[in-house]
Design a protein around this ligand. Structure first.
Ligand code: NAD
Length: 275
């Protein structure tokens, strides 16, 4: 089944389901991403700080898949925020990936202690002008950071990649993004395995009803919410499981019940505290 695409505010299309490589061992990344590409994923989400861009690049190069059929995201690390330092970091990421362009380049965290995210964004605007990053966006931008960015810069981010799963949906950030045509990318879409998401009746009941797994139900919920999502797994069978979510649909009541699990249940760091 073809993965649906979402059209971003700059006109580019992004596959709504991808594969994330946070905490994928650099020594194993080539094999794991090769598995993901064989399973059918065409959208890969990496970052400079993951240390595995080179492995992603080797898997891409060896895959024989046309560059235009792939969607590759990487991210600017906090220490590299600035002007020239952002340009340099972007070049290093391209080099590591072995690519001439990335499809999406993100500011990884606002890193407020540095107070350089506005400057970094202006550098991303320039990078976009060169065409070497087709789209640009941000990550972990809560309402205050997003508000300031929108007020002080010209290009509206294409996406905001935030921690987003049933217990933590960040409704204020989501509303601000929706009002400004910014698509949401959900990181930690399965809650990073850090709470009992797969045992909650709101998830297990539709899983039983549709003959799917709890993980498939949660991924399906994201897709029906309109989120862009890239669950991570080192395990090829789970990669295939997570990709096999286009042969069923949650009813509005099932969807609503999962949305009702919101409880400000952040499982990872608050963006104010990551510098
Ligand atoms: P995730 O919610 O995708 O959880 C991954 C974990 O869930 C795996 O380690 C695995 O143990 C488990 N899992 C995966 N598939 C499963 C299945 N079918 N059944 C049971 N368990 C399963 O968490 P994540 O990896 O943190 O998030 C996904 C991606 O988001 C990352 O790989 C990365 O690309 C991105 N991310 C971005 C940021 C950011 O700051 N921008 C932060 C974290 C993650």
């Amino acid at each position: 089944t073809a993965v649906p695409t979402i059209t971003l505010n700059d006109g580019h299309a992004i596959p709504q389901l991808g594969f994330g490589v946070f905490k994928v061992d650099p020594a194993e990344t080539e094999r794991i991403v090769t598995d993901a590409l064989e399973v059918g994923y065409r959208h890969i989400d990496t970052a400079r700080i993951y240390g595995n861009e080179a492995g992603v690049g080797r898997a891409i190069a060896d895959s024989g898949i046309a560059r235009d059929d792939l969607f590759i995201t990487t991210k600017l690390w906090n220490d590299d925020q600035g002007t020239q330092s952002t340009f340099d970091a972007f070049e290093r990421s391209l080099e590591q990936l072995g690519l001439d362009t990335v499809d999406l380049y993100l500011i990884h965290w606002p890193a407020p202690a540095n107070d350089r995210f506005v400057e970094a964004w202006k550098a991303l605007e320039k990078i976009r002008e060169t065409g070497r990053a087709r789209s640009i966006g941000v990550s972990n931008f809560t309402v205050p950071y997003m508000t300031r960015l929108l007020a002080e810069t010209d290009v509206v981010p294409a996406v905001n990649q935030i921690e987003l799963h049933p217990a933590h949906q960040q409704p204020e950030t989501a509303a601000l993004c929706a009002a400004n045509g910014i698509k949401l990318e959900a990181w930690g879409p399965l809650g990073q395995g850090k709470y009992n998401l797969f045992e909650l009746p709101e998830v297990t009941a539709p899983a039983a009803a549709h003959g799917k797994t709890p993980a498939q139900v949660v991924i399906r919920w994201h897709l029906q919410q309109g989120n862009i999502v890239f669950p991570k797994s080192n395990n090829r069978a789970r990669m295939a499981e997570n990709f096999n979510v286009f042969d069923f649909e949650l009813s509005p009541a099932e969807q609503q019940a999962i949305t009702g699990l919101e409880r400000e249940g952040r499982v990872s760091a608050h963006p104010d505290d990551v510098n």
